[in-house]
Every structure is written in structure tokens, then in C-alpha cells.
Design a protein around this ligand. Structure first.
Ligand code: ADP
Length: 709
């Protein structure tokens, strides 16, 4: 698997919210329109079904009434035809009319629909009637006489307009002419119909309490309703623009209407049917009207419509509210996301700025948690890295840390590996830029976890200048050391000459010299010896750090033992107690130099002992962070605080050779050794009680001791 660069933060895909909103609204509007359409269609269908069903029902009731009344009229016509057939015979018989009257009475009783049956002669004189009191009167003016007289037709059944009788009842009269022997007009036979007889019929077709049935004359006058509405009787519907007029205008025998009914001024649904069967030859029609309260008809439908409309309204409200709510929330979320995105960008920019400004190159690489070694190419590099090395970011992201190292300089993975134990490591490397330039760098590597993956962030500092200075310093130090070495080496030669000639002088002329002369010679030899000692010490000093002994792990306990062995006589003669108060660590260094370090410090502890007490020396060690501090403590004369630093200088002494033998080079050598091991040495003391010499050495072989420790 090829490790990829660090993933960028995910960028919220916000799309184009406005366009999306419009689409959502359109979809919802479409959906609502569709549902609305379906609801409306279903309601409309229901409405039509109710309307048709109800109209059919009304029409069929009207037909029942029509058929029955037509039957009545047919029977009445038959009766009239029978009667007029008898009229010539009755007129010739003397008691003919009395017989007729008897007939009529029987008929009247048999057919309740017949109120009065009359026969009038051609002059209008009533010649026979079931109502005896009317016989002999002339009723030529009645329309039941006038109309047939004016237009005689023997097949015709004449129907008069309704009128109120003297008894207060509404009635219509039907009449037929009585033809003479030559077929001429010879009078009429009439029957007054009692509409009350139809009441049962009309009532029987009322299938609901709001159904009303009415009969009116073909000219428009109402003469019977059920339930009874006497106030309407006699009302002429003609010309009122209501159902009646529409029915007449239509020319059709039956019609269904909805609207305001003139008779009652109420919205109603009605079926109208003309009663004028062709077989009866009626001159005027009758009409039956069966109607219902329109509101009652549609009441269940209206309830349904309200329910469905309400549900639909609710659906619309809920849909709109949901869409609005969703969009509102999505708008808020969008705004929040935009805010977060801005914040993220700013943050990213800030980090990029911090990451890229500064003088150090930064590399991030995944590491193997086991070995601590980088695995795969860099996952992040900053601009400084690119600029310094001359590679593009992409080029660097395809490289590993090893690709940057100078192949000619062997590298040690120890520091990189040390990252498995500790958080950070500092080490030097030689990087090679794209153009081949070699750049000495100091790498500061820090381990961290990114999304659970172990990584190392290396801050890489260009130390070209420091290196140049160090090299310069090294060179000048080397020159100096070379000079000291050569000088001291060469100085011994004339010194030896001086000493040997002084000895020669003494040997050859000794007996001739007085006491003072011997003393002078002794001074001269002593001076030459002391000078030789100094030169030897100087030689010694200059040799520190120049030995060929390589650095290696040195158990300090062993170095201490060796130093004590070298000092065995001195320790014995001084009666000193030496104790080690802690386990000494193993550190990397030059063994001989570390022996020398202990030896010088312990020798001093013995040398500068207090006259009144036997010397006691304690050697301790303590780990302090990344360093070990080794201490050599004595109970000697101690050092005044103002001298604590200068005693480490070359030939710096606090005493004369008379009081304490020495040249003042011992601590200078110690200092040089410690610095050669990247350490630090210092002293502390309570004058009169004793001194402690502290030596801090790096615990990590690659590190340095901190400068403030
Ligand atoms: P030398 O011992 O040859 O004089 P050093 O460099 O070893 O030179 O010591 C420098 C001076 O530091 C000494 O002259 C002495 O005055 C002082 N000194 C060193 N060690 C001790 C000690 N343990 N106690 C007191 N003074 C010391």
C-alpha cells in the first residue's frame, strides 16, 4: 500500500441550494396538485353520481304518478265515452235522464275520483247530473262547455283549467262532446275530478320527508300538492321563469332541473313530466312535479366534501410546513456549514502560514511503531523544505527521509530508533539538495499520533553557518593544541640541558662552592624541574581529546575502580575513606579519560584535606532527565565561593606550591575531558567543611547536557 499524503479536510458539498429548493417546491406543488385533482375528481364524480341517481329516482317517481293519473284519465274517458253513447237513447226515453242521474250516482260512489258527472245539451242546459239540484240550469259559460262548443272534436278529452268550487275545493273538469245523429255538436258530458283522490298516490311516491309532489295544469296553475300547500293552489307558474317555463320551452315530455323553485322559493331538484298521452287526445296537458330539497340531497356529499377538503387542506398545510421547515433547517444548516467552512479555511490558512513561515524545514512522515524508522514517503512538507532543497512539493511527497541523506556520509539510525522510547530526538545530518548542494542540518524529530497512526514531525534547521563556525573553532583549537604540544615538547629539550648542566656544575665544582652557591644550584635545578613539570602538565592537557581511543560504552564503576587502584598508595597513606553512594551508570566515552577524571578529582579531595580530620570521599550519581550527574564530595578545606569558577582555568591555583604541591592544571584537564564528552563540570563548597565537584554527562549517547543544568 502506498501511503498517501495527509487527507485534506472534507469540504462540505453544499451544491446549489436555491435551485434545489425550487425543485423541491415544484415537486411538492405537483404532488399537491395531483392529490387535489384526484380528490376534486372523486368529489365531482360523487356529486354527479348523487345528482344522476337522485334525478333518476325523482323521474321514476314522476313516472309512477304520470302513469297512474294517465290510467285514471283513460278510465274517466272510457266512462265518458260510455255515457255519451247512451245520451241519444236517454233523450228519447221519457225517464231517460232520471236513469242517467241514477247511473251517475252509482258511478260517483264507485269512482271516488269523480265528483260530479253532468250532461249538457247543445245549448248548455244541464240535463242530467248526480247533483240533482243543478239540473235545469244553464252552464254555457263554463269552459268545460265553451271550449268543446268552440272546437268540437268527438275524440278529444277537454281539460279545463283548475278552479275553486263553491265548496272551496280545487278541481278540474274533463269533458267530451256528445255528437248528434249527423255527428254535429249536441252537448257535452263532463266529469269534475276530485284531486283529493290523488293524494294517496302522490303521498306514496314521497320516499323522503323533503320530497314534495305537485300537480298542475298544462297552462301553469297548481291545483294539488303533497304535502298539502294550499297557499300554492291556484298559483300560475307560467312566465315566472322557473322549472315550469323551462319544461314547456324544452318541448320534451320529461325533464329534470335543479335550482330555485318558484312555488316555494327554495333550492330544489325536480323531475317534471307532462301527462298527455296521445291515446287520450287531451286538449290541455296536466303536469306532475316531484321535487326534493337540494340541500338534503347533497348533505352527505357535502359532509364528505368537507371531510376530504379538510384532509386535503391539512395535507397541504403539513406538506408546505414540512417543506418550509426542512428548507429552513437546511438553510440554517447551510449557513452553519458555510460558517464552519470559513472558520475551517481561516484555520487552515493560519496553520499553513505558521507551518510555512519560519526558517526551519518541516517534514512529516509515517513511522514504523516497532523500529521507529520512517516508512513510506513524506506525508507533509512545508515551503521552506521545498525552497531549501529545490524540490517541488510533489517531488518531496514521493521521497523518504533516506533520499535526502548524503549517500557518502554513513548515517546511524540510533537516534531515529530512540524515538520508540522517547518523544523527541535531536541529531545532525547532511542533506543533499536537488542540485547536489550538501546542507548540514540539525534534525529535531518529535513523535506524535495522527488519526491513530504513528508519525514523526521533523523540524530541520540549516546549520551550515554553525558548522562553518564550529569547523573554524575546531581548526583554531587544533592549531593551538598543536602549538602547545610542539612548544611543550620542544621546551623540555633546553630544560633538560639546563638541568643536566646544573648537575654537571654541582658535580664538577661542588667542592669549590660555598653554601650559598649550593643553594643557588639547588634553586636552579628545582626551577628547571618545576618548569619541566609544568611543561609535562601542559603536554598532558593538550593531549586530552587527542587520544586514539574510540568512544565506547564505559561502565563508570569500572573507571572509578581503576582510578582508585592508581591512587592506592595515596589513599592508604592519607588514611582516607572512599565510598560509593549510588550505582554508577554506563556511559559512552573514552575510558582512559574518564579514569583520569575520577583520578584527578579524588586526588584533589585527598590533597586538599582538612588537617584536623581524616579525609572522607563520597562518589554519587543521579539521573536528571536526559543526563547523569556524577558527584565527588570531600570533607576537606573547601573553596571560597568567589573561586568556584576560576579553579577550572589552566594553571589557576589557590595555594602556593609550598602549602600544597601542584601546578593548577588538574581541574583544567577535568574540564576539557568533560567537555569532550559533551558534559559540564562545576563545583560547590562550604568553606572549611568540604567541596563537591559535579559532573553532568549526557545519558543519551547522541545528546548534549543542557546548558543550564
Ligand atoms: P592543583 O591541584 O595542581 O593546584 P588543580 O587544577 O587540581 O590544581 O586545582 C586548582 C585549585 O583548586 C587548587 O589549587 C585548589 O586550591 C583548588 N582545589 C582543587 N580541588 C580542591 C578540593 N577538593 N578542595 C579544596 N580546594 C580544591
Amino acid at each position: 500500500m502506498t501511503p498517501s499524503p495527509l487527507p485534506a479536510s472534507p469540504i462540505l458539498a453544499l451544491g446549489r441550494p436555491r435551485a434545489t429548493f425550487r425543485v423541491v417546491w415544484l415537486i411538492v406543488a405537483g404532488f399537491l396538485a395531483l392529490v387535489g385533482g384526484v380528490v376534486a375528481k372523486s368529489l365531482f364524480d360523487d356529486y354527479r353520481t348523487i345528482q344522476t341517481t337522485e334525478k333518476d329516482r325523482l323521474a321514476s317517481q314522476a313516472k309512477v304518478v304520470h302513469d297512474n293519473i294517465a290510467d285514471y284519465l283513460a278510465s274517466i274517458k272510457r266512462v265518458l265515452v260510455q255515457i255519451r253513447g247512451q245520451v241519444p237513447a236517454w233523450r228519447q226515453q221519457g225517464d231517460g235522464m232520471a236513469i242517467a242521474t241514477q247511473w251517475f250516482t252509482v258511478l260517483d260512489e264507485a269512482l271516488p275520483v269523480l265528483r260530479t258527472i253532468n250532461i249538457q245539451d247543445e245549448s248548455g242546459l244541464l240535463i242530467a247530473s248526480n247533483r240533482q239540484e243543478l239540473v235545469g240550469k244553464n252552464f254555457r259559460e263554463g269552459s268545460y262547455f265553451a271550449a268543446p262548443r268552440a272546437n268540437p272534436d268527438s275524440d278529444r278529452l277537454y281539460v279545463t283549467p283548475p278552479f275553486k268550487t263553491a265548496l272551496g275545493a280545487w278541481t278540474i273538469v274533463v269533458a267530451m262532446i256528445v255528437p248528434g245523429p249527423a255527428g254535429e255538436f249536441a252537448g257535452v258530458v263532463t266529469a269534475a275530478i276530485d284531486p283529493e283522490a290523488f293524494k294517496v298516490l302522490l303521498a306514496s311516491v314521497r320516499y323522503a320527508p323533503d320530497v314534495s309532489v305537485g300537480l298542475n295544469h298544462g297552462d301553469g296553475v297548481i291545483f294539488l300538492t303533497e304535502p298539502p300547500g294550499e297557499s300554492q293552489y291556484g298559483l300560475n307558474l307560467k312566465g315566472l321563469g322557473g322549472f315550469f317555463d323551462r319544461h314547456v320551452e324544452s318541448g320534451r315530455p320529461e325533464n329534470s332541473f335543479e335550482g330555485v323553485m318558484r312555488a316555494t322559493n327554495r333550492p330544489r331538484m325536480a323531475a317534471l313530466r307532462t301527462i298527455q298521452p296521445a291515446s287520450l287526445g287531451m286538449d290541455k296537458a296536466l303536469m306532475v312535479v316531484v321535487s326534493r330539497n337540494r340541500d338534503s340531497v347533497y348533505a352527505p356529499w357535502r359532509r364528505d366534501a368537507w371531510t376530504q377538503g379538510g384532509l386535503y387542506g391539512l395535507l397541504v398545510l403539513v406538506s408546505l410546513a414540512s417543506v418550509f421547515g426542512l428548507q429552513w433547517r437546511s438553510k440554517i444548516a447551510g449557513a452553519e456549514a458555510a460558517r464552519a467552512e470559513t472558520a475551517r479555511r481561516e484555520n487552515e490558512e493560519r496553520h499553513r502560514l505558521f507551518f510555512n513561515s519560519g526558517n526551519d524545514a518541516i517534514f512529516v512522515q509515517r513511522v514504523d511503531p516497532e523500529t521507529g524508522l520512517p516508512t513510506g514517503p513524506f506525508v507533509e512538507v512545508n515551503d521552506v523544505a521545498c525552497q531549501r532543497l529545490g524540490y517541488s512539493r510533489d517531488e518531496l511527497l514521493a521521497m523518504t527521509a533516506f533520499d535526502l541523506d548524503d549517500p557518502a556520509t554513513p548515517t546511524d539510525d540510533a537516534h531515529a530508533r530512540s524515538l520508540t522510547e522517547q518523544e523527541t530526538a535531536t541529531y545532525e545530518r547532511l542533506h543533499v539538495a536537488k542540485d547536489g548542494r550538501r546542507i548540514p542540518v540539525e534534525v529535531n524529530a518529535r513523535r506524535f499520533q495522527f488519526r491513530g497512526e504513528p508519525m514523526v514531525l521533523a523540524t530541520v534547521r540549516d546549520i551550515t553557518e554553525r558548522k562553518a563556525l564550529e569547523d573554524e573553532l575546531k581548526r583554531s583549537n587544533a592549531d593551538l593544541e598543536q602549538f602547545a604540544y610542539v612548544a611543550s615538547h620542544d621546551l623540555r629539550e633546553p630544560l633538560r640541558t639546563v638541568a643536566s648542566f646544573v648537575s654537571l656544575l654541582e658535580r664538577k665544582y661542588g667542592d669549590r662552592l660555598d653554601l650559598e652557591g649550593h643553594e643557588f644550584i639547588a634553586f636552579a635545578r628545582d626551577g628547571a624541574q618545576r618548569m619541566d613539570g609544568l611543561v609535562l602538565d601542559l603536554l598532558d592537557y593538550s593531549r586530552v581529546g587527542r587520544s586514539n581511543e574510540p568512544q565506547a560504552p564505559v561502565p563508570l564503576a569500572e573507571a572509578l575502580d581503576e582510578a582508585l587502584r592508581n591512587l592506592a598508595t595515596l589513599i592508604e597513606t592519607s588514611g582516607a575513606t572512599i565510598e560509593t553512594t549510588a550505582d554508577l551508570p554506563t556511559l559512552r566515552g573514552v575510558r582512559g579519560e574518564l579514569v583520569r577524571l575520577f583520578q584527578n578529582l579524588i586526588a584533589n579531595a585527598l590533597k586538599y584535606r582538612a588537617p584536623d580530620r581524616p579525609p572522607r570521599v563520597a562518589i554519587g550519581a543521579e539521573r536528571q532527565g536526559r543526563q547523569w550527574v556524577v558527584t565527588v564530595t570531600d570533607n576537606g578545606i573547601g573553596i571560597e565561593p568567589q573561586h568556584l569558577e576560576r579553579i577550572f582555568g589552566i594553571f589557576k591555583r589557590l595555594h602556593t606550591a609550598k602549602d600544597y604541591d601542584g601546578s593548577g592544571i588538574g581541574l583544567a584537564v577535568c574540564k576539557k575531558i568533560v567537555e569532550h564528552h559533551h558534559g559540564r563540570i562545576w563545583a560547590s563548597s562550604v568553606p572549611g567543611q568540604g567541596s563537591t565537584f559535579h559532573v553532568a554527562l549526557p545519558a543519551d549517547p547522541t545528546g548534549r547536557v543542557s546548558r543550564t543544568a
